[in-house]
Every structure is written in structure tokens, then in C-alpha cells.
Design a binder for this molecule. Structure first.
Ligand code: TNX
Length: 554
């Protein structure tokens, strides 16, 4: 008897794991109810969209395109008057627009419902964005070959039956890419955006300026790209033991290219947030326009140069009228290009030496009643907070902008740990969490002796996944200021696009799940179980994910 019971429970267990394996969506949906059966896409399947919906047609086309490329079947797209019935039928995949309530839920702008059974599929949302996320889930319910770029023979294009109600936990699910230390072409930025969308991430923070290169065309100041986007050579090797590589590095995005990327991201429901660094990390700008520094030449004595050395540099923007006018002009062009409500103005790692040595700065501090250089930095940031607020924008700054007094409308990006985010929330300011210990994907993900050279640190996948963005010490009211989290990729040691992907994947999948799924559902084993199928998807997408992780899911 015991033996039979044991055998039966083993059978049930293996059935349930098989059942679980069919539903391997990353990030994990809020509610997913497995059902028996499956829907199989074939030549008779049609896609139904609401009549005249300019927003939904492209989503139907995206689905049809995937199916056509991988299966060779061309699905018809039909318009219907009222495809708002939530009962799957007629071998159709129906995009149903829902205004308010459905399945006793009130749908927010990123929420969706997906129902699949043997008769068909209905995906429903109140907005195009919700429908888009439903589509991402539908693609992940299909076999991984759906992501292939060529015809995949002998695949059964089945979707396991289920009901999903899904909703994100946080509003900011971001990825920051540093294109200053190394430049990456528009084609790669678009691919990066596609992959973020697959993971239901919604913010792309584009770090466009730094000491090592200015990467955005500004019409009024052409030297920013003529001079500032080029450096003679770069540091090679680690801090303790480095040489110059003797190879020039350059690149920038024209305004036309920026517009192209922003429009592309919009179609994938991703907001692009530009970052223009100030007052520190400014050497590329100073090399282009030396009058923006506190001295005519660099503190070392020679001319300002776009540096190839990583780290923090002492030459920074001087808070003069000339600099303020320059940065206002730059930001005026920037906000024309980026519809994002937010503009990131940097604010991190600004050494104060040049300000301490400058008579102009010391006089300005006396005149304005500023007691130290931190307050001078705050005066600088507040000026641009006011400027951008007057243009209807909001600033984001790295957590150093808390020092010397926070700007009235600033959102804090907490990177030197979580304290900045906590302090911001306690002062009724919004915060985005990007602590180095959990979100810095430029850190080693495995044994440094076998990994490509990285900046340092140690941040394996499991540690990333363990991150909880809302600090316990906040009251529920204060916790509302935690807008979400972000994976940061600084690229001092990352020179190629395939290396970028190696550092991002799969760790950014964990960031995506933390941003989307409720904390109470967090389960590392379950996540890595789903990751096994996700690796197949990434393989078909030709993503150079870190293969070392494959074993953990075997
Ligand atoms: C600190 S994070 C920086 C970057 C570096 C990064 C390397 C931040 C706001 N500033 O300039 O690239 O560390 O991990």
C-alpha cells in the first residue's frame, strides 16, 4: 500500500512539474491558473482586432510576423466591431479592448488578461500597453522557437490553456546603458529595447555624456561631437595594472538617430530617459569648450582632453553664467528630442577641488550664502531643477544630489546603497533603487578568475534575484515614493555589444521579475526553472547570455 501511495505521489509530482514547465513566463505573472488542453495555431487561425484601432493593429502585425517567420503560416488579421467577449472561440486570437472592469478587476494601464483554451485565445487590456504586455506573455507561452529568425520545422505551435490576470508591482522597471565609456550603434540600442520589452521593462535610461565621450549631437555646440565624441585611446587592464590600448574610440548619435530610437522605443511602450551629466563627469564637454571649466586649462596644467582613463576626474563644470547658459541650451535641444517627463541630470561623483581653488566660486558662495561646496553643488542642481520644471519636465539625479539640500522636484536614483532612496522617501521625494550591491551588472557574475575582466564587485544571479527594492524602514505612505528599480550597466570594461549582452543576461531577467512580480511570489528555484526555457528563447534570439548559468537549471 505504502509503495503504491509513494508511486502515486511521485506520479502526481512529476505531472505537476510537467504542468508547471508549460508556464515559464518571465517575469512571472501575478495570477496564472493552468487549465487542461491547449490551443494550436495553424493556417486556419485568425487574429481579430477592434475596428479602426491604430494602436492594436501593429501588435497584431508583430504576432503575425513572428508566426510567419517561424512557421511559414500567414495569419489573417480581421477587424471586428466588438471583439470584447472574453470567451475564447472560433480558432481566433482576439485582441479585446476593455474599458473598465473585467473578471471583477479594474484594469490599470499596464494590466492585462489572457485566456487560452482549445477554442481560441482572448487577450484583453484597457490600453495598448496592456495589450502589448499580453502579447509578450503569449509569445512566451508558445514554444521558444517562436523567437527564431528562420523557419522552424516540425514544431507544434501550441499555447497551453490558462487564465492570466497580470499587473506590475512597480512603475519604473529600468535599464541604464552607459554609451560614453564605449559607444554602441543605433542598431544595437534598438535590439536592446526589443529585449527590454520582452521582459516587460518600461524605461531605458540612456547615459549619453561622461568624461570619456559626449554622444549626442547638439546643433548649437557642434564641437561637443566634433571634439567631445572622440578619444585618442582607452585604458586597458585593471586599475592596478593598466596600459593605454593605443586605439582611438569615437561615436555619437545624430538628432535624427535619437528621434528614430525614441520613436522605436515608443512602439514598444518604453520611455527613453536621457542623462546629461553635470556638474561632474564633464571632461568631454570641457575638452570641446574649455571656457566651461573653472580654469583655462585643466588642473593638471595641460589642455582639457576627452580622457581614456576610467574613474573620477577633478575637472568639472564651473557654475558660471556661461556654463549655465550652455547647459540650458543643451537641455533645450534635449527636451525637444525626448518626450519623457524625466530628464536625468547626473549629479554623481563631482570632486570639489576646482571650485575650492576658484576665486569665482568662492565669491559666488559668499554672495549666495552657501556654506560649503556641497551647497554650491546643490545650488547648481537646483538651478536646473527650476529650469527643467519651468519646461514641464522633472529631474532625476544620482543620490549625491541629496547632499547640500535636495532640489524641490527631484527624484533620487539611489546607487551608493539604499540610504539615498530611504532619505528621499522620508523627505517625500520619489526614488528609484539601483544599489551597487544588487543592480550593478558591470560587476562580476561568477568567479573572477574565469570571467572576462570586470570593474570589480561580485554579483551573481541569485544575489540580484534576492533584492527587495522597498526598504522595510519606510511607512506605507513613504514606500509609495519607491518608483521601482533599475539595472545599471557601466561600460568601462565592456567594449562590444556581445559583451554587453553577456553582462546583462540573465541577470537583467531577475531585475525584470523583481520590478514586475509581487514580493510574496519570489522563489529562486521556480525562477531558475523558468529560466531554463527562457535560455532557449534567448538562444533563438541570438543573445549572448552568460552560459555559466545554464547548469543551475539543469
Ligand atoms: C560609479 S554609479 C559611477 C560611474 C561608474 C560606475 C562603475 C554612478 C552614478 N557613477 O561613473 O561607471 O561607478 O561601477
Amino acid at each position: 500500500m505504502k509503495k503504491i501511495l509513494g508511486f502515486l505521489s511521485l506520479l502526481i509530482l512529476s505531472f505537476s512539474t510537467i504542468a508547471q514547465k508549460k508556464y515559464t513566463i518571465i517575469p512571472k505573472p501575478l495570477e496564472l491558473t493552468p487549465l487542461a488542453g491547449e490551443f494550436v495555431i495553424d493556417a486556419k487561425t485568425k487574429i481579430v482586432i477592434p475596428k479602426g484601432s491604430a494602436e492594436i493593429r501593429p501588435l497584431a502585425e508583430m504576432l503575425a510576423e513572428r508566426v510567419a517567420v517561424t512557421s511559414g503560416v500567414t495569419l489573417s488579421i480581421e477587424e471586428s466591431d466588438a471583439p470584447s467577449n472574453l470567451v475564447p472561440a472560433n480558432k481566433a486570437i482576439v485582441f479585446a479592448p476593455l474599458k473598465a472592469k473585467a473578471m471583477n478587476k479594474t484594469l490599470g494601464e499596464e494590466d492585462y488578461i489572457l485566456k487560452a483554451d482549445a477554442k481560441g485565445i482572448v487577450i484583453a487590456a484597457a490600453t495598448g500597453k496592456g495589450e502589448f504586455y499580453a502579447l509578450q506573455s503569449l509569445l512566451q507561452l508558445l514554444p521558444p522557437q517562436i523567437f527564431s529568425s528562420s523557419l522552424e520545422k516540425s514544431v507544434k505551435w501550441s499555447v497551453p490553456a490558462c487564465t492570466i490576470f497580470d499587473q506590475p508591482r512597480y512603475g519604473h522597471r529600468g535599464s541604464m546603458l552607459d554609451v560614453s565609456r564605449h559607444f554602441f550603434p543605433v542598431s544595437f540600442i534598438k535590439r536592446h529595447i526589443d529585449l527590454l520589452a520582452l521582459h516587460k521593462m518600461n524605461r531605458f535610461h540612456w547615459h549619453l555624456t561622461d568624461d570619456q565621450g559626449w554622444r549626442i549631437e547638439i546643433k548649437k555646440y557642434p564641437k561637443l561631437t566634433e571634439v567631445g565624441s572622440k578619444r585618442k585611446e582607452s585604458m586597458k587592464g585593471h586599475y592596478n595594472d593598466w596600459k593605454f590600448d593605443g586605439t582611438p574610440h569615437e561615436g555619437f548619435y545624430t538628432q535624427e538617430e535619437i528621434k528614430e530610437v525614441v520613436a522605436y522605443a515608443q512602439k514598444k511602450f518604453i520611455t527613453v530617459i536621457p542623462e546629461i551629466e553635470m556638474p561632474g563627469h564633464a571632461l568631454a564637454a570641457l575638452a570641446s569648450y574649455p571656457e566651461l571649466g573653472c580654469t583655462p586649462t585643466s588642473l593638471k596644467g595641460g589642455p582639457y582632453e576627452v580622457t581614456g582613463i576610467w574613474g573620477v576626474h577633478d575637472d568639472v563644470f564651473c557654475p558660471t553664467e556661461t556654463t549655465f547658459k550652455f547647459l540650458e541650451d543643451v537641455l533645450t535641444e534635449v527636451i525637444e528630442l525626448f518626450p519623457s517627463q524625466y530628464v536625468h541630470i547626473g549629479g554623481d561623483e563631482c570632486p570639489k577641488i576646482s571650485w575650492q581653488k576658484s576665486k569665482f566660486c568662492q565669491d559666488l558662495m559668499k554672495k549666495e550664502g552657501l556654506k560649503d561646496e556641497h551647497e554650491l553643488q546643490s545650488y547648481f542642481i537646483k538651478h536646473f531643477d527650476k529650469f527643467l520644471t519651468s519646461k514641464g519636465k522633472k529631474i532625476i539625479g544620482w543620490d549625491e544630489i541629496l547632499e547640500g539640500g535636495i532640489s524641490p522636484n527631484a527624484t533620487i536614483m539611489s546607487w551608493r546603497g539604499v540610504e539615498g532612496g530611504i532619505a528621499a522617501a522620508k523627505q517625500n521625494h520619489d526614488a528609484i533603487m539601483t544599489p551597487t550591491g544588487f543592480c550593478y551588472l558591470d560587476y562580476y557574475q561568477s568567479d573572477p578568475t574565469t570571467e572576462p575582466l570586470a570593474i570589480g564587485g561580485y554579483l551573481p544571479l541569485e544575489k540580484v534575484y534576492s533584492y527587495e527594492p522597498t526598504p522595510k524602514e519606510l511607512t506605507p505612505e513613504q514606500a509609495k515614493h519607491i518608483l521601482g528599480l533599475q539595472a545599471n550597466l557601466w561600460t568601462e570594461y565592456i567594449a562590444t555589444t556581445s559583451h554587453v549582452e553577456y553582462m546583462l543576461y540573465p541577470r537583467i531577467c531577475a531585475i525584470a521579475e523583481i520590478g514586475w512580480s509581487p514580493a510574496k511570489h519570489k522563489n529562486y528555484e521556480d525562477f531558475t526553472g523558468r529560466l531554463k526555457t527562457h535560455f532557449e528563447r534567448l538562444k533563438y534570439l541570438a543573445v549572448n547570455y552568460a552560459k555559466s548559468y545554464y547548469d543551475i537549471t539543469a
